[in-house]
Design a protein around this ligand. Sequence first.
Ligand code: SRM
Ligand code: SF4
Length: 567
Amino acid sequence: MSDEKIVQGPLADNERLKSESEHLRGSIAHDLNDRITGGFNGDNFQLIRFHGMYQQDDRDIRAERQKQKLEPMHNVMLRARMPGGIITTDQWLAIDKFAQENTEYGSIRITTRQTFQFHGVLKPHIKLMHQTLNSVGIDSIATAGDVNRNVLCTTNPVESELHQQAYEWATRISEHLLPKSRAYAEIWLDEEKIETTEQEPILGDTYLPRKFKTTVVVPPNNEVDVHANDLNFVAIAENDQLVGFNVLVGGGLAMTHGDTSTYPRKADDFGFIPLDKTLDVAAAVITVQRDWGNRVNRKNAKTKYTLDRVGVDAFKAEVEKRAGVTFGDSRPYEFTSRGDRFGWVEGIDGNYHLTVFIENGRILDKPGKPIKTGMAEIAKVHKGDIRMTANQNIIFAKVPKEDKELIEGLAREYGLIDDAVTVQRQNSMACVAFPTCPLAMAEAERYLPGFVTDFEGLLAKNNLADEHVILRVTGCPNGCGRAMLAEIGLVGKGPGKYNLHLGGNKAGTRVPKLYKENLTEEAIIAELDQLLARWSAERLANEDFGDFAIRAGIVAEVIISMRDFHA
Ligand code: SRM
Ligand code: SF4
């Protein structure tokens, strides 16, 4: 290992807790039985993340409880591991029942990374939760913490064979990069402690310097947003058969307000590899990041910063050395869209796939729209599987022709299909934010529905009712709703205040630039009204809003993220 590639200095405290954790065990099992507090103590607060859980409390009632001298209403959020977002109907019925009976909010939340979260699980229910999931073949290993997270894969199985192959690789990569520690099985599933010398050959004994995200993507749809991810395998096919991948490394969207050493960054194209090198390359990219990533400053620890610090060529050469591969020239491909294909599509296997819109991915019965009940009713009769998209929507996949009417009838009856939902709303997305996210600075999920209605009004007013814009809101600059790849991105700054970013594109290959800071909700509407009026009056034929914003000089184009983003 070459020392000059390693950042010197006192290690971040997370490094100590990982190394002292006995491969992610800590004293979680002991803490679980401590009923004096509803939370986890000391290092365990962080360690449970490696098991797919975050400690949270409801921020809407935090102040009130403080006044009453009560500890915050501690609970955990769980995030499942679902490579490619595929869940069987039996699994769905099990998670539906658990959410109903054992969570404070009674909802299931589809995330921007193709899985589901439970919010509000109290300590006495945590073990039951893991055992319930395990009984239907679901786990939550490594969906959070400094590890490789849930592996995404383009969902809509229109070109079925290719998507199936891509999905199988997503699963294989996910398994290959999982922690080998048996801590999860011992703590949550009561499995026996086997006396072996445990080793983490890929992740290492102190795991990764920071979270790590991987996708397998089938162009031309970039629903998974490759540029938000550390490692991407872009499927290259010949005669509809997967032959290899172009490998993109070093994307990521998070930044910190006021800290110019942090920035969103697009992934670099390392080149083409044949299929049989996939797992070697995945392991090599991860181990280079493991060894060279910044373990001193967690704010600059992700792969994107490692690449900019050591140089893309040096990083790539090391990956080639470790994987025993030489990257070939990148094969041609193009991303043209990121939206889900709503409604029915026919796959080449003769089955049908129905994509339905789930606002903000929140599956909960609402007056007039009992979508949670509807999902369960469909799961009871649906013969195929269910897929969660990276846009927080749902696909009922592999529906035989004779069942189309039945499934569509149920989807309409329970509000899962609503013809009044506009294309604009279908292309708008928000992160969770309040009340559960401890890092939220402004509302996102609860703000978006009304904001979209206002935005639709602005489009109509400016003779743009048939147009749509990729519109995304995140409650803080961590960017979980991927606003940093939107045509119009709002980034929470404080209660009711957002930074307005403009200039992303439909394909998700451009980072939007800050246009105005700290705007109130009223000021955002006023700004957007003016901008849409200009777009309407001055646009070229079929010119998208993000492209127009750059051509008209409203914002400068972000070409190299680290150089242009803060300029
Ligand atoms: Fe995220 C932290 C929710 C996708 C960047 N994210 C969080 C936490 C766990 C807050 C915390 O650390 O305590 C949020 C929990 C909120 C809640 O109550 O559920 C949270 N992130 C989410 C989800 C649920 C948003 C959603 O509305 O769907 C997404 C779950 C994905 C999953 O299933 O694994 C989610 N997070 C993302 C994405 C988008 C993506 O990956 O495609 C990003 C930006 C891409 C990237 O990583 O650069 C993202 N989340 C972050 C960060 C900033 C990381 C960094 O590089 O600095 C944090 C904070 C952190 O890690 O310190 C964070
Ligand atoms: Fe929370 Fe910020 Fe992520 Fe939104 S972007 S879920 S507010 S961490």
